[in-house]
Design a protein around this ligand. Structure first.
Ligand SMILES: CC(C)(COP(=O)(O)OP(=O)(O)OC[C@H]1O[C@@H](n2cnc3c(N)ncnc32)[C@H](O)[C@@H]1OP(=O)(O)O)[C@@H](O)C(=O)NCCC(=O)NCCS
Length: 298
């Protein structure tokens, strides 16, 4: 087994490894490349591959978490194909990225465990469980037509909006309310336009914003790739909550996605986020899996 840094020729193998270890992730080789190119230098991104007999059997990634107030926090991802586990591959990969993380001044890390193997591995590293996320699944073609929009609300797709600054402000406001293992700090507007809105998977027809009195008050952002979709952020401005806005806008987004041929849609929610879990359940989402966020020293 050898460890080496990933090159652009490995983008397809990276997508396949995610598909085996984190099946709800929606990625393409093009999006892996674009994310790499969009990463600001302060993230110090690193992807290391483990190869056995010329085949990629695992990988580890690291980047500095610029969306946290902690200045010494790195995000770590380690994954090994199921048939190659318990042979020390994960340990070798993790040591390689931890070396890099220490060298750039990082002292703590967050990681996301995908299964019982991951939980045991993280516990062996001294990482403590901080919160649990529920991954939910729906076939968007099963979503019923939504009722009318509440009075005064107009809907625009992301592709129809010229001035994105108010959408950024809404994103910052709702993201601050999403449960997180570490104190949240938003990207700058410039970085947001590159790392969030500029990514090739962000679907400009299915990502929808609801306006009231000319201001965005509800948003649903969706990534799509062929028949698959992942919706990361859905949020309603605090003074418009409790009106059914998130549900109706997400229903529109899912039906648009169904119209484009999407048949597998995933979303993630903190296990304590009762409001969003209720919206998703009402739309017909069902639990797919759970992931535990772990945090600790490097
Ligand atoms: C976590 C993962 C990367 C480990 O890969 P691996 O190559 O099997 O790891 P290693 O062989 O180096 O195992 C290191 C130690 O982790 C612990 N461990 C790993 N899997 C375990 C399991 N199923 N049960 C108990 N302990 C386990 C053991 O202490 C093991 O050492 P040992 O085999 O000497 O007992 C792999 O299981 C995986 O890809 N899981 C899905 C993704 C994920 O959750 N990543 C974790 C992010 S923190």
């Amino acid at each position: 087994m050898i460890l080496r840094e990933a090159t652009p020729a490995d983008d397809a193998a990276i997508v396949e490894t995610y598909a085996a270890c984190y099946p709800s992730r929606v990625l393409t080789p093009e999006s892996v490349r674009a994310d790499h190119e969009a990463a600001p230098p302060q993230e110090h991104p690193l992807t290391v591959l483990a190869e056995d007999g010329g085949k990629v059997v695992g990988l580890a990634r690291s980047h500095v978490d610029l969306e946290s107030e902690f200045t010494d926090l790195a995000v770590t991802t380690v994954m090994v194909l199921p048939g190659h586990r318990r042979k020390g591959v994960g340990t070798a990969l993790q040591r390689r990225v931890a070396e890099h993380q220490r060298a750039i001044g990082m002292r703590r890390t967050v990681a996301r465990t995908a299964d019982a193997d991951g939980a045991a591995f993280a516990s062996g590293l001294g990482l403590a469980e901080s919160r649990v996320e529920r991954i939910s699944f729906i076939d968007p073609s099963t979503v019923e037509a939504p009722g009318p929009l509440p009075e005064g609300i107009t809907l625009r797709s992301l592709g129809e909006i010229d001035d994105l600054r108010p959408v950024y402000d809404l994103d910052c406001a709702v993201s601050a309310d999403v449960p997180s293992a570490t104190p949240f700090q938003p990207y700058s507007y410039e970085q947001w336009t590159v790392s969030i809105v500029g990514t090739p998977l962000l679907d400009r027809d299915c990502s929808l914003i609801g306006y009231a009195d000319g201001e965005p008050v509800v948003m649903v952002f969706c990534d799509t790739a062929g028949t698959r979709m992942f919706s990361g952020l859905a949020g309603t401005r605090a003074d418009h909550r409790g009106r059914g806005l998130a549900r109706v806008v997400k229903a529109h987004a899912l039906r648009r996605a169904a119209g484009k041929g999407v048949r597998e849609a995933y979303t993630n929610n903190d296990d304590t986020n009762a409001a969003m879990l209720a919206v998703n359940t009402a739309l017909g989402y069902r639990e797919h899996s759970r992931q535990t966020l772990v945090l600790g020293p490097i």
